[in-house]
Design a protein around this ligand. Structure first.
Ligand code: NAD
Length: 498
């Protein structure tokens, strides 16, 4: 299939005359689609339409904007199965997970539609007599969005629905590995009756299509989700232009397993966190801190669980883990594993207890970028396995004995997205909630599981204080305006003693 950019409500080819292919990670020879390799002229064209339609969309009453978004939710429900299947083919995660991805978009659409009747400010008393003060939210204008491939429709939806209900228009540049899902989102908006120019999609690569969007003078706010390395480039460019931006970046998420934990529950949680989406969630668990007294039982059960996972093409309902996104990811993940093996063989500092690795003899089900679950134990907390985002089904385990030590180890990372604790001690659970330095903390459930009405994002190297989803995305793309009316008929001067 040949796909075009969605600009001004119509499908147009890139002025570059170039296209790129997206391939099925489970069958690397299978082309999912051919997409526009866009450039700065395409971005400028899309931003122009978004800018021109801003006034009309801003002046459309918010409940009416919300009705269109509600219709988009209904269309997403109708097309959920077809989107999930196509998403598994473009991105590789198993069908149950891609259904969940679409469901996130549906949930966000309904949530944002509800917000159309709740975009409230405050009316507050004034310091002065006969003066009336209120705050109103105003949309910013054209929002630029740059999204990653691991949640192909959920993350674009987290950004788009709140931005649109608040009265902004948008240009989005999806990840080059998963453009189809965002093209589909544009089709959904089109069918729902979203006016032309309000939502625009420009596909292509980061430096050639993403950076022109970041740097475009008419993009008022840039909402980015992706790696920390790219996020820093986006931040630098935005800071130079004095532009607002929100960053959701990498993670190195950990789980603490206490000696009083339900070990079977903890094993399920760690396995789901570490091997779900083939370890490619931003919230994936890649570090485990287990109490020394239960380490043996925990590790044995985790290995058994990892070995039992059925790996293959995620379109098959029985498959539990799909491939990595592409060959580059396979080489990167294997590089970390091989380096660690060599390092530990010469210097110690860790032990490989489950040698997963690349599937060397592919079957019909595994003719793609497949990597088996890999587990290391006794890993030093400063080792690259504990510190760097590998983004694959690789887990590093280490032990602790004291509760303070467990939290210290968990916090010993430059990232701060998500964490979980398995314990039956309410006091420790409360202490952990308080002291863990992440944007998301879970007790007795895995370190994944965003809900659309909750702020999603992280501390330290993961974010810049903004959050995606929910009310916080509306905060990111609206400005507060203070409106005051003096009906005293006299000259009242604030900040002068009166
Ligand atoms: P990436 O940084 O390679 O790419 C993300 C997006 O940025 C893509 O659309 C890409 O084309 C674009 N891009 C790349 N270079 C660019 C440049 N120079 N200028 C402008 N845009 C550019 O990340 P990825 O591999 O697509 O996604 C995986 C990363 O995303 C992981 O680090 C993961 O933790 C992170 N992530 C974070 C969250 C979160 O909410 N914190 C959620 C999902 C993924």
């Amino acid at each position: 299939m040949f796909y075009k950019n969605y600009i001004g409500g119509v499908w147009v080819e890139s002025t570059s005359g170039k296209t790129f292919e997206s391939r099925n990670p489970a069958h690397s020879g299978q082309v999912v689609g051919e997409f526009q390799d866009s450039n700065e002229f395409d971005v400028d064209y899309a931003v122009g339409f978004a800018k021109d339609s801003f006034k009309m969309w801003k002046n459309t009453p918010a409940p009416k904007r919300a009705e269109i978004l509600f219709r988009a939710a209904e269309i997403l429900i109708r097309d959920k199965e077809c989107i999930a299947k196509q998403m598994t083919q473009e991105m590789g995660k198993v069908i149950a997970e891609t259904r969940g991805d679409v469901q996130e978009a549906i949930d966000m659409a309904y949530y944002a539609a509800g917000e159309g009747r709740r975009l409230a400010g405050e009316t507050v008393p004034s310091e002065l007599k006969n003066k009336w003060c209120m705050t109103i939210r105003q949309p910013m204008g054209v929002i630029g969005a740059i999204t990653p491939w691991n949640f192909p429709i959920a993350i674009p939806a987290w950004k788009a629905f709140p931005a649109l209900v608040a009265g902004n228009t948008m240009v989005i540049k999806p990840a080059e590995d998963t453009p189809w899902s965002v093209i589909k989102l544009a089709e959904v908006f089109h069918e729902a009756g979203l006016p032309a120019g309000v939502f625009n999609v420009v596909t292509g690569y980061g430096p050639t299509a993403g950076m022109p969007l970041v740097q475009h003078k008419d993009v008022k706010m840039l909402s980015f989700t992706g790696s920390t390395a790219t996020g820093k480039k986006v931040a630098t460019a935005c800071a130079e232009l004095g532009k607002q931006y929100s960053l959701e970046m990498g993670g190195k998420n950990g789980i603490i397993v206490m000696d009083d934990a339900d070990i079977d529950l903890a094993v399920e949680g760690v396995a789901f966190g570490a091997f779900g989406t083939t370890g490619q969630r931003c919230t994936a668990c890649s570090r485990v801190f287990v109490h020394a007294d239960v380490e043996k039982e925990f590790v044995e059960k985790l290995i058994a669980k990892a070995e039992s996972l059925y790996i293959g093409d995620g379109i098959d309902e029985t498959v539990q883990m799909g491939p990595l996104i592409n060959e580059k990811a396979l080489i990167k993940v294997d590089g970390y594993v091989q380096d660690a093996k060599n390092r530990f063989a010469f210097k110690g500092g860790g032990t490989m207890v489950l040698a997963g690795g690349i599937i060397q003899e592919p079957t019909e089900d595994t003719y793609g970028w497949f990597y088996k679950p890999t587990i290391f134990t006794d890993v030093d907390d400063n080792d690259p396995l504990m510190q760097e985002e590998i983004f694959g089904p690789v887990v590093a385990v280490t032990t602790f004995t004291g509760t303070n030590e467990a939290i210290w180890l968990l916090n010993n990372t430059k990232y701060g997205l998500s964490a979980a604790v398995y314990t039956s001690d309410i006091n420790f659970a409360m202490t952990a909630l308080d002291e863990i330095e992440t944007g998301l903390v879970y007790i007795n459930t895995s370190c994944i599981g965003a809900e659309v009405h909750l702020p999603f994002g992280g501390l330290k190297g993961t974010g810049n204080g903004h959050r995606d989803a929910g009310q916080t995305m509306i905060d990111n793309c609206t400005e507060w305006k203070v409106c005051s009316i003096d009906y005293s008929g006299t000259v009242q001067k604030a900040q002068i003693d009166h």
